[in-house]
Each structure stands twice: as structure tokens, then as C-alpha cells.
Design a protein around this ligand. Structure first.
Ligand code: NAD
Length: 480
């Protein structure tokens, strides 16, 4: 289902990203030279290293690609999967450059990958492999708080990030900023509250922002808000799980379909996302889940009737083979590159609205940015101002209480107002507020271009245009 197994005339993931980039370039009015400088991937480092495990030496292949260093450090996740390859890592690194520019995270783009099936190894073995991979990258400054800061991606999470941070620290014992060498760490190991959920939370905030604009919603033929919207999600991993959970629990959306590696499950009345996640944890797949119908060909659910389709697993899943059959009027790309450039053209012509990956899944890098800032400032957000904020609010509440007593039955404070108002913002609240603000601001920048120009008609080209113009400005400021 990846770009490699797509029909032969389907471009690779890397080519798809380039095609979409090149569509926006003429609209930005850049010189050919500058456009080419922005497009190309600066470098890709391939490393092969051996680790002695189970009595023999196993050789692993890893990559770290740096797409653009117009801002440093460069930033991007590390993926663990058997099919990781150079083309994929370079495409993902390019998307990181554009994504960071779009959400104004001050980083260049990078991405890494290790060819491995994490399920094949015990935890202590994975730790050994991760530490060795970290060593190989860190000694070339491909992991460094000031030059290259990885984060989780498919197949990796908090655990791997904690190992990376610890390994880097052991190699750089006098670096006071060592914990800023990687983001997505657990809260107890220098992480930030809300990072694990951040990408899925960002998908929710992106959809909320989209549905705040009735004229945008109208382009899909839908109306109203997220309440009752029928959703199909592919991939119930970190991103898909959190997006589906928040959208169903907090916005009233109905998760009718979930697609996983071993097929898809369907329930028109809605699936309990936490329950499905528990089932997957226990049974290593969705098959047999009692509250739904199972289909062995999970990908067939992508073309089922629904309001919103959320591909949140891997790239190239919506391609020339199925784009004509997609029925959802709105796709939000929670995964990176789930729609190939060929499919993108077909869907655009058919009027399907796509909220593009570089915006839709930018919640992860946004909160990673906050974590990096927290690590460099060596203080948790809210620590200085929270109680001062509470004390000031207390003054207002005391005055309101006096008024309450004075007005008797004519007026009283709303229940829980006092408790809610007095509570100063803790780190999680601040992170969510910063993420929400980022997702709203970036959407508005995109939609201004989407509606404001008559030479483009889709959000993806608008997103590229915003990103390219910002990167070009940064290059120009450097004298290029
Ligand atoms: P993950 O490993 O936590 O989850 C991926 C899920 O997809 C797993 O549940 C897996 O079983 C499922 N899956 C794999 N192959 C599948 C297939 N063929 N069909 C259906 N399901 C399949 O990964 P993640 O971190 O949630 O990342 C998912 C996507 O989101 C990737 O494209 C990644 O690049 C992107 N992304 C992740 C983050 C992040 O913060 N983790 C940030 C931005 C973008």
C-alpha cells in the first residue's frame, strides 16, 4: 500500500512531495535558483551498524536526512519500520521543512528512520539498538540540541526518546542543554505534558478550526459542526487513537470505521475508541472485536461512505488505484503523505477537500517546539506566574462575593465559576492553549491564500505557498 507497491505510473513519495511543491512555486514568484535550493534535500546520512544480540551480530540500517538548514536546529521524527528507505526519509524531511514554516516553529526540516520491526525485539534489545543508533547519529551532530533534534514517529514513542536523551547525555556530560537534544520524552525525563497526545490533539484543533468557517465547510457539501459527523480512521496508533478519541469524546463525532494492519472494523452507531485500542493491545489487531463487523481487506473501508476520512497510518494509501472511489467529501491527512500526487489531482477535480498533512499533523512539532524551549529554559511552563495569576484573580472573586452577598436573591455567581476562575494555568493548559493558537493561526494563513487568490483552488497549494514564501524570506535574509 506504500508508494512502492502502488501502480507503476504512481510517483514515489519523494516525487509526490516535489510535484506538489512545484505546483506552488510559480505562484510564489521565486527565481528558479532559489526554488531549487528550497526543494532539494541538503544531505542524507546512511549508517549501517552492528549490535550483538542473541549470540550473533545483527546489522541494522538507519538514515537521518537533513532537508533544509535555513533555520537551525533542524527537526523531525525518527521512524522504526521495516520498509524505511532513503526516498521516504527525504520526503518526510522535506515535509518537515514546509510544516515548520507553516506553523512558525523555528526549525529546518529533518527526518530519520531505522529499518527494523520493533515487534521482533525485546525491550532491552530495542534499547541497545536505539542507543547504538543514537551514538552513530550524535557523533556526527545529527542529534544535538543546537543542530538536530529528533522526535517520535511511526514505531517510536516516549520510551525510545528517553533512551536517546540518556545516551546523548552520557556522550556529552558537560552539555547543560543535553535534554533538548530530542523531544517527545516522558514528562519525568524532561518531557512536556501533552506531547504524546499532541499530534492527535492538533488534528482535532485543525478540524474544529475548519468547522468554524461555514463557507469552508460549504465547499465540502457538509454543514454544521463536528457533532454527529461520521468518521473513518486508518491507523489507531499514537496519532489516530488520540484524534479519534478526542473527536468522539469531546466533539460528538461518530467513529464508524477503524482500519488497522489486520483489516477494518465497522459499526454504524459508532465505535468506542478506548475499547478498540484495548482490544488491539490484547489481540494485536482489530479482528474479532465483538462490537463491530470485521472486513479482512481494511483498505476497502477507505472508500466507504463517511463525512470525514482520517488516514493516520502511512503514506500512499490513497492513490491512483482508489482515489476515484473515495466517497468522503473531506479528508484530513493525519499521516504524512497518505494521498499521492496523482490521487490529489483526481480528488481535487472531484471537489474533495483535503486538509493537508503539513498542517493537519503539525501539532506534534508544535508541542515539540514547546518542549525544546522548556528544556533550554530549564523551567516548566507556568511555574513563575501561576500563583501570581491566582492571587490577582482572587481579588476579583472577593469583590464578586461581596456583590453576591449584597444582591441577595437577585444575583449569584454561576456554580463552579470561582473554582474554575481561580485555577491558574498549569503546563498542560498552557501547552493546549499554545497548540490551539498555532493551529488556528496557521489555518487562517492558509485559508487567506486559498480564498484570496484565483490562481489556486486547494488548501494544499495554499499551505505550500505560505511555507515557501516564509522559507524564501529566511534565505533572502541570509543574502541568498
Ligand atoms: P504509530 O506507530 O503510533 O501508529 C501507526 C498505526 O498505524 C499503528 O496502529 C499501526 O498498526 C497502523 N498501521 C500500520 N500499517 C497499517 C496499514 N497498512 N493499514 C492500517 N493501519 C496500519 O505511528 P504514529 O506516530 O501514530 O504515526 C502515524 C502517522 O502520523 C505517520 O505518517 C507519521 O509520520 C505521522 N506523524 C506522527 C507524528 C507523531 O507525533 N507521532 C507527528 C506527525 C506526523
Amino acid at each position: 500500500m506504500t508508494s512502492r507497491t502502488s501502480p507503476s505510473h504512481e510517483p514515489t513519495f519523494r516525487e509526490s512531495v516535489d510535484i506538489m511543491f512545484k505546483r506552488a512555486v510559480p505562484l510564489a514568484g521565486l527565481s528558479e535558483g532559489l526554488a531549487e535550493k528550497i526543494r532539494v534535500c541538503n544531505s542524507t546520512y546512511t549508517v549501517r551498524f552492528g549490535v550483538r544480540l542473541r549470540g550473533t551480530i545483527h546489522t541494522f540500517t538507519g538514515y537521518r536526512s537533513v532537508h533544509s538548514e535555513h533555520m537551525e536546529p533542524v527537526k523531525g521524527g525518527i521512524r522504526y519500520a521495516t520498509n524505511v528507505h532513503q526516498d521516504e526519509v527525504e520526503a518526510l524531511a522535506a515535509l518537515m521543512t514546509y510544516k515548520c514554516a507553516l506553523v512558525e516553529a523555528p526549525f529546518g526540516g529533518s527526518k530519520g528512520g531505522l529499518r527494523i520491526d520493533p515487534d521482533e525485539w525485546e525491550e532491552h534489545e530495542l534499547e541497545q539498538i536505539t542507543r547504538r543508533f543514537t551514538y552513530e547519529l550524535a557523533k556526527r551532530s545529527l542529534i544535538s540540541p543546537s543542530q538536530n533534534v529528533p522526535a517520535p514517529d511511526m514505531g517510536t514513542g516516549e520510551r525510545e526518546m528517553a533512551w536517546i536523551a540518556d545516551q546523548y547525555r552520557r556522550m556529552n556530560t558537560t552539555d547543560i542543554n543535553a535534554s533538548a537534544c530530542v523531544t517527545g520524552k516522558p514528562a519525568h525525563a524532561g518531557g512536556i505534558k501533552g506531547r504524546t497526545e499532541a499530534t492527535g490533539r492538533g488534528v482535532q484543533y485543525a478540524l474544529r478550526e475548519f468547522f468554524r468557517h461555514p463557507e469552508d465547510v460549504a465547499t465540502t457539501g457538509l454543514s454544521g459542526d463536528l457533532d454527529g459527523k461520521r468518521i473513518i480512521v486508518q491507523g489507531l496508533g499514537n496519532v489516530g487513537y488520540h484524534a479519534a478519541k478526542f473527536l468522539s469524546e469531546e466533539d460528538g463525532a461518530v467513529i464508524q470505521g477503524i482500519i488497522e494492519r489486520d483489516g477494518g472494523i465497522w459499526n454504524a452507531d459508532g465505535l468506542d475508541v478506548d475499547d478498540v485500542r484495548r482490544w488491539i493491545g490484547e489481540h494485536r489487531g482489530v479482528a474479532g472485536y465483538p462490537e463491530a463487523t470485521h472486513v479482512a481487506d481494511g483498505a476497502s473501508l477507505l472508500t466507504e461512505e463517511c463525512d470525514i476520512l482520517i488516514p493516520a497510518a502511512l503514506e500512499g494509501v490513497i492513490n491512483l488505484g482508489n482515489a476515484h472511489h473515495i466517497k468522503a467529501p473531506l479528508i484530513i491527512e493525519a499521516a504524512n503523505g497518505p494521498v499521492t500526487s496523482g490521487a490529489n489531482d483526481i480528488l481535487r477535480e472531484r471537489g474533495v477537500v483535503i486538509i493537508p498533512d503539513m498542517y493537519a499533523n503539525a501539532g506534534g512539532v508544535t508541542v515539540s517546539y514547546f518542549e525544546w524551549v522548556k528544556n533550554l529554559s530549564h523551567i516548566r511552563f507556568g511555574r513563575m506566574q501561576r500563583r501570581a495569576e491566582e492571587a490577582r484573580q482572587n481579588l476579583i472573586v472577593s469583590e464578586l462575593e461581596r456583590l453576591d452577598a449584597y444582591l441577595g436573591d437577585h444575583w449569584s455567581m454561576t456554580p463552579h465559576f470561582k473554582q474554575k476562575y481561580l485555577q491558574g494555568s498549569d503546563e498542560l493548559e498552557l501547552v493546549r492553549s499554545g497548540l490551539d493558537d498555532t493551529m488556528r493561526t496557521a489555518y487562517q494563513a492558509m485559508r487567506e491564500v486559498w480564498h484570496g487568490r484565483d490562481d489556486l483552488d486547494d488548501l494544499r497549494t495554499a499551505a505550500y505557498l505560505v511555507a515557501i514564501e516564509r522559507i524564501a524570506m529566511s534565505y533572502r535574509a541570509k543574502g541568498l
